[in-house]
Every structure is written in C-alpha cells, then in structure tokens.
Ligand binder design. Structure first.
Ligand code: NAP
Length: 483
C-alpha cells in the first residue's frame, strides 16, 4: 500500500520521483520492467547513440550537470547522469526493477489503484503515474519472411553487442534519427552495408563540440550554467518557427539542410535520392555530421527500392533483386501507440484500450476522463520536434503534485478531468494540427488513421503556461470532477 505508484523509470518517472521527494512525499514505488534505471536510455545502446538536443538543456533544471563531456552527450553518459540524480535524491530505494505491469484497475469504492505485476506483486496506491514514455516498445518492420531470416536480426532499441559486425554484410533498415546515428559506427566495422531508405530525411549539421576543463569549471557557476541553458532554450524555441508554412525560419533551415547535403554528397544522383520531398519538420529533423559521409563511402550502398520480402539469406527489393546479408539492423523506431494496449481499467470497467479506440487522447497530455487519479507523463500530444522533452516533463510533475494536494485539500478520494474539457481540448488540438506541417508526411507522430496524436502544436512556453494555469484551485474546480 503506497500513496503513489510510478510505472517506468525513465526520465519522466525519475523527475516525478524527485518531485515527490522534494514535496515531502516519500511513500511511493517505481515499477520498471528493465533491470535498471534509464528508460529509453537504458534500452538504446546501439553504437553511436546520443542525444540530439544540447545536453545543458537535456538535463533537469533542478540537476544541472557540469560533467557533460560534449554538447551532444552519449546515451551512456545520460544514463550515468540519471543514475547520479537518482542516487543524490534517494530514489533508488524506491525502484522495483524487473517487473512488468499486467493489470491496473481503479477501485471507485476506495479511490485507489490496484496494480499487479508479472512477478506476482500487488501494489495498491492512491495515485498511479504512468510514465512509460512514447519510445519504449521497439517496432519491427512489417516485412514478409523477416522471422525466417537465418542471420542475426537486431533492433536498435534492443541492441545485442555480442553480435559481431566486423567483416559482415549488414543491412540497415530505416533512415530516422536512430539510423542516422548508428550508420557510421556500423559502417566502420562492417565489410559492406546497404542502407534501406523508404523516405529521405531533412538533415542539419550537428553543432557538436567537446566540453573541456574551462567549460566544466564555468558550468559549476550557477549563473553561467543558467545562461547556457537559457541560450539553448531560446535557440531551439526559435527553431519551432521552422515548422510554420512560409516562415523565414523554415526557409533558412531548409537552405542550411540542402547546403549541408551539397557539401557532404558530391554525386548528383545520390544527392537527389537523399533530398526530402516533404516540408522540413514533418518528421523529426536529423542533426548529423557523419551520416551523409558514411553513405558516400564505397562499401556503403543506399537502396531506395522498397523491400518486398526477406529470405533466409537476405532481402528482396521490389525490382526483384536479392541481396545477401549476415546481419539485419532494424532502426525502425517504436510502437508509439503501445500505450493503447496498457492493461489499465478506469471507472465503470472501461479500459484504456476502449477509451482510446480512436487513438490516444488526454487533457494536456496529463489526465484522461474516466481514469481518476491516473497521471500520464509525456502523454498524448506532448512530444516536441524542436526542443528538449524534459521541458514538457517538469511542468507535468508540478501539475501532478498540485493535483495530489488539491485532492487532500478537498478531502475527497479521487479527482478526474471532465469528459467535456478533454473533448474541447482535443478538438482545439485537432483544429490546430489539421493542415500543419505534421500532416504532410508519415511519421511516428501520427496514429494509424492519420490523426496527429503525439506532437504538441505550439511553442514550449504555451504548454508550460497552460499546465501551470491548470494547476490552480479554480481550474480544478472548473475542469475536474471529484468523488
Ligand atoms: P523513426 O523516426 O520512427 O524512424 C523509423 C525508420 O524506419 C523510418 O526511416 C521509417 O521509414 C523506417 N521504416 C519503418 N519500416 C520500414 C520498412 N518496412 N522498410 C523500410 N523502412 C522502414 O524511429 P527512430 O529513428 O528510432 O526515431 C524515433 C524517435 O526517437 C525520433 O524521432 C526521436 O524523437 C527519438 N530519437 C532520439 C534520439 C536522440 O535524441 N538521441 C535518437 C534516436 C531517436 P519512413 O520514414 O518511410 O516511415
């Protein structure tokens, strides 16, 4: 029996745990299916994995880190940072690793959640914080015969470092952020690499640099650290303008991306195949300096013919050609809609799968009507294509703490957002997203029916302001029901 159960020990689960501690709420557990802390940073250990947002902004505001070794930190460095934050704030003792949620049910009589794990634990909690994140379940490509491939099959988010690549013939499927990071290191080892591109991506230079001793010294000075963070906040917030049709930022960013391609790829026909046919920002922008040079190497081939099927020996493309491979690397992203299948049951026996039959939706990405005392971290429509996702996590944590305090202040068992409030909010989002840049291509931001269920349409400051306003007593009185 606890006050709070947090599901998922990634960035948002960790932020929630630290927030609870800071608020003097120590009665909570974090249930995590992996064997350690980190969430997507625990899972994504493919070669070259790093963050594509400057690390000073990809850190919690309450835990600046003077130890980043470079501007775009590696996955291992971020995971180590998370471990340090967890240790410093005494979070590790609350973690229950290696447990997968099999059932979560709200009991209206007691106003508590009952959560069961695959290890047979039963947790009963007043509040259930679901911080499983959008990028936690690997998505394998739907390719006929893939299961029958006789060589090694790797997914970037479940990397098996024991599979040798040296001297092997390797297929890399996908050309998103992940593929752009792993291609160069894989190509350094492999004898031959075929990169299967379904859609070309916009690629901007990564303004990376090492942080030396002077940076580390300066980063220890709070005003300097705050200034660096503020600088990147404003630069990236400006980049949001690039998503607007006809904006000067869009023109400048597209020009910079095309110039980058021109500089790095000399051969016109290869360049043409790497030129995107949709507006910048529709998919996540890639920031890479070694991606195009990796493709331009003689032992790397860009394949733009669609993959038709896999055979035991390799892949067959639509033109009927079969290529032989020893290893298939699937950098094919995540099943972002996985939350729809989470075994969560709210009031009246209604499951989240039923509530989200037409795609996931929430109020401000945080609360779902009919699911009292359930709080989502990085829920629907809180992903961002232009800045650090942590800027969306921290206001969410503060809001959840206010909701907890509001329940206590009113002396009620539960609170839940009103259906009509959630409906109006999602109608507003749908109106703003219709015809937006994100509707111009296929991406993980969209549900199978095309609805844009992942991305936040506005600037970060708008989200922060609205979440803050929602945490006021009068907003709860207006928009929530209590029982
Ligand atoms: P993704 O953006 O969803 O890309 C998946 C790739 O696989 C796409 O190129 C897709 O092609 C391709 N694909 C899927 N099925 C295919 C098939 N059957 N045949 C050929 N290609 C196929 O996944 P991701 O690259 O893992 O990135 C997901 C998100 O994770 C990113 O947008 C970013 O937010 C985050 N991420 C962040 C970092 C970082 O900060 N360090 C690093 C990696 C990822 P289509 O484009 O045609 O669909």
């Amino acid at each position: 029996m606890h006050e709070v159960v947090i599901l998922g020990a990634g960035m948002s689960g960790l932020a929630m745990a630290v927030g609870l501690k800071a608020a003097g709420r120590h009665d909570f557990v974090i249930v995590e299916q992996s064997a350690g802390l980190g969430g997507t940073w625990w899972d994504n250990r493919y070669p070259g994995a790093h963050v594509d947002v400057p690390a000073p902004l990809y850190s919690f505001s309450f835990a600046p880190n003077p130890h980043w070794s470079r501007r775009f930190a590696s996955a291992a460095e971020i995971q180590a940072y998370m471990q340090r934050v967890a240790e410093t704030h005494g979070v590790l003792a609350h973690c229950r690793f290696g447990r997968r949620l099999v059932d979560a049910r709200f009991d209206a009589g007691t106003g508590r959640w009952r959560l069961q794990t695959d290890r047979g634990d039963l947790f009963v909690a007043r509040h259930f914080v679901c911080s499983t994140g959008p990028l936690s379940v690997p998505r394998w490509p739907s390719i006929e015969g893939l299961e029958g491939f006789a060589g090694a099959r790797l997914h970037s988010a479940r990397w098996d470092a024991t599979v040798p690549l040296a001297g092997k013939r390797v297929a890399v499927i996908g050309t998103g952020s992940t593929a752009s990071q792993l291609l160069a290191p894989v190509a350094r080892e492999a004898a031959q690499v075929s990169l299967f591109q379904r859609t070309a991506n916009w690629v901007l230079p990564r303004l990376d640099r090492r942080y030396g001793a002077p940076d580390a010294l300066l980063a220890r000075l709070p005003p300097w650290a705050a200034a660096v963070r503020a600088f990147w906040y404003h630069v990236l917030e400006w980049g949001r303008r690039g998503f607007d049709e006809g904006s000067a930022a869009r023109r400048a960013m597209q020009r910079a991306a095309l110039a980058h391609l021109h500089r790095q790829v000399r051969e016109p026909s290869l360049r043409a195949r790497l030129t995107p046919a949709y507006p910048l920002g529709c998919k996540r922008i890639i920031y890479a300096n070694d991606y195009f040079p990796a493709i331009a190497q003689p032992h790397v081939e860009l394949v733009t013919e669609a993959i038709e099927r896999a055979t035991p020996g390799g892949l067959v493309t639509a033109d009927g050609r079969e290529r032989a491979f020893d290893v298939l690397v699937c950098a094919t992203g995540f099943d972002v809609q996985h939350s729809v299948t989470l075994p969560i049951t709210g009031t009246g026996g209604r499951t989240l799968a039923e509530a989200w039959a037409a795609g996931p939706e929430a109020h401000l990405g945080l609360a779902v009507a009919g699911f009292p005392n359930l709080w989502l971290m990085l829920g629907p429509n809180t992903a961002t294509g232009h800045t650090s996702t942590l800027l969306f996590v921290e206001p969410g944590v503060r809001f959840v703490l206010r909701a907890m305090a509001e329940r206590e202040r009113r002396g009620v068992r539960w609170l839940a957002v009103r259906e009509g409030v959630m409906r109006r909010f999602n109608d507003e989002l749908a109106g703003r997203l219709a015809g937006s840049v994100w509707s111009a291509c296929r991406s993980w931001y969209r549900a199978p029916d095309g609805r844009i269920t992942a991305i936040w349409p506005g600037f970060t400051r708008e989200y922060v302001r609205r979440v803050q306003a929602q945490g006021r007593a009068e907003a709860f009185a207006r928009d929530y029901e209590f029982g």
